[in-house]
Design a protein around this ligand. Structure first.
Ligand code: FAD
Ligand code: NA
Length: 389
């Protein structure tokens, strides 16, 4: 095999490692991915009918407060000044989210000052004061009071988990932020924006180096592939960003995930909802939210005859579904510890990324964590022969 390093998975974690290893260390890197494209879940493409950029695996908003990550990603793309905001429909009325003073005053038909609103919510949350909530429902009431909890959290969370919050562990949420200002900016990070020319242009820039070879439609566990587990492990250092349970043939059991089904529709209107994301907070609507991707890029001259929307339905992932969000039950955590031990003793294979560590990672976290793996493990190994563990 003509490679100094094999990277399994071309998401942001894998591509960051590959880019650094090729550019800074001059290594020959082979990146393989079982999909027909690079970029992992951040991949996007222009819809054929409308020309609108669609994030194929769900809406991806870039935001970070990490200057190192921000400087790194700006080598490959510029960012627009997009600022993310979310609205939610409850009983036929649209409210700003996350819950803020605007939401509270609209909901209670009031003109509360910040301190009046704070006192009201504290009083309502007092309903279960002094009790130790045993399920998500009681926890939610204790955090923000029954009225706001039942309007904006209860059914949305129930749809996300396909489970009545009374039957969900309290530990799923530790806090429900309520803002006592009218600020409804979704993220609080220093840097935010969307890649000016789209995610795929950004991702392609990262892989565009003479030392990087990409093999698509190539599953690491398919032994007929030129680069596979059988012929790579032990012969060349491997950075593996696929599912950790799959690597070890599920011998400690399956880790559980939620997935999302996307229902895409092209409509004969220029603008369906006036904004990029609208949540549906009530139980009578089966989907959790509607994304209208044209609003991610108001600066683009998209045609105005048609628009595209995606409805999102959340459910438990079965084998063969795309794993999106770790469920992280107690059983999952026990399995994960066992897989971590196996991963540690798997010589010269490093496990990284969302699937390789069974951890939800935003893009900036995946990139930050890949930069750290490069600095702390890959560089010392190639510079001084330190073992790759
Ligand atoms: P991935 O992007 O999942 O890449 C892993 C790659 O490994 C995939 O391409 C996969 O095909 C490949 N692979 C797996 N198994 C094998 C195998 N056996 N052989 C070969 N290749 C294999 N982040 C944000 O910052 N903002 C957001 O708004 C946001 N929204 C998200 C919405 C959803 C629904 C999801 C799931 C994630 C979202 N993220 C968001 C997170 C973002 O997608 C992650 O940061 C990113 O996916 C992590 O990158 P990764 O490289 O670890 O994993
Ligand atoms: Na290892």
């Amino acid at each position: 095999m003509d490679a100094d390093l094999v990277v399994v998975g071309s998401g942001f974690f894998g591509l960051t490692v590959a880019e650094r290893a090729a550019k800074e260390l001059g290594l020959k890197v082979t990146v393989i991915d079982r999909r027909h494209h690079i970029g992992g879940n951040a991949y996007s493409e222009d819809d054929a009918q409308t020309g609108i950029e669609v994030h194929r695996y769900g809406a991806h908003l870039f935001h970070t407060s990490n200057k190192r990550v921000w400087d790194y990603v700006n080598q490959f793309t510029t960012f627009t000044n997009y600022v993310h905001r979310v609205y939610g429909v409850h009983k036929g009325e649209v409210f700003p989210l996350p819950i803020n003073l605007g939401t509270i005053n609209q909901f209670f038909r009031a003109n509360y000052s910040p301190s009046e609103a704070r006192s009201l919510i504290e009083e309502q949350a007092g309903e279960l004061a002094g009790t130790d909530p045993q399920n998500l429902n009681d926890k939610g009431i204790q955090l923000i009071g029954r009225p706001l909890y039942e309007a904006f959290i209860k059914h949305y969370t129930g749809k996300q988990w396909q489970t009545d919050p009374k039957d969900l562990p309290a530990g799923i949420i530790s806090r429900l932020p309520v803002r006592y200002t009218y600020d409804n900016r979704y993220f609080n990070d220093t840097y935010e924006g969307l890649p000016t020319n789209g995610y795929t242009a950004w991702i392609e820039r990262m892989a565009d180096h003479p030392n990087i070879t990409v093999q698509l439609n190539a599953d690491f566990f398919d032994e007929s592939q030129p680069v596979s587990k059988g012929n790579a492990v032990g012969n060349v250092p491997v950075v593996y960003t696929g599912p950790v349970d799959r690597y070890f043939d599920y011998k400690e059991g399956d880790l559980s995930w939620r997935t999302i089904d996307f229902e895409e529709e092209v409509l004969d209107v220029g603008d369906f909802q006036g904004t990029s994301v609208v949540n549906y907070n009530d139980a009578d609507v089966p989907f959790t939210r509607i994304i209208e991707p044209r609003h991610f890029h108001p600066e683009r001259n998209y045609q105005t005859e048609k628009t595209l929307i995606m409805r999102e339905f959340s459910r438990f992932a079965e084998k063969g579904d795309e794993p999106y969000y770790p469920i992280n039950t107690e059983a999952d955590r026990a399995k994960l510890l066992a897989y971590r031990d196996l991963a540690k003793s798997e010589n010269s294979v490093l496990f990284g990324g969302r699937l390789g560590t069974y951890k939800y990672l935003d893009m900036h976290m995946a990139i930050g964590s890949a930069l750290s793996m490069f600095e702390n493990k890959i560089k010392p190994h190639f510079a001084g022969g330190e073992a790759l563990v």
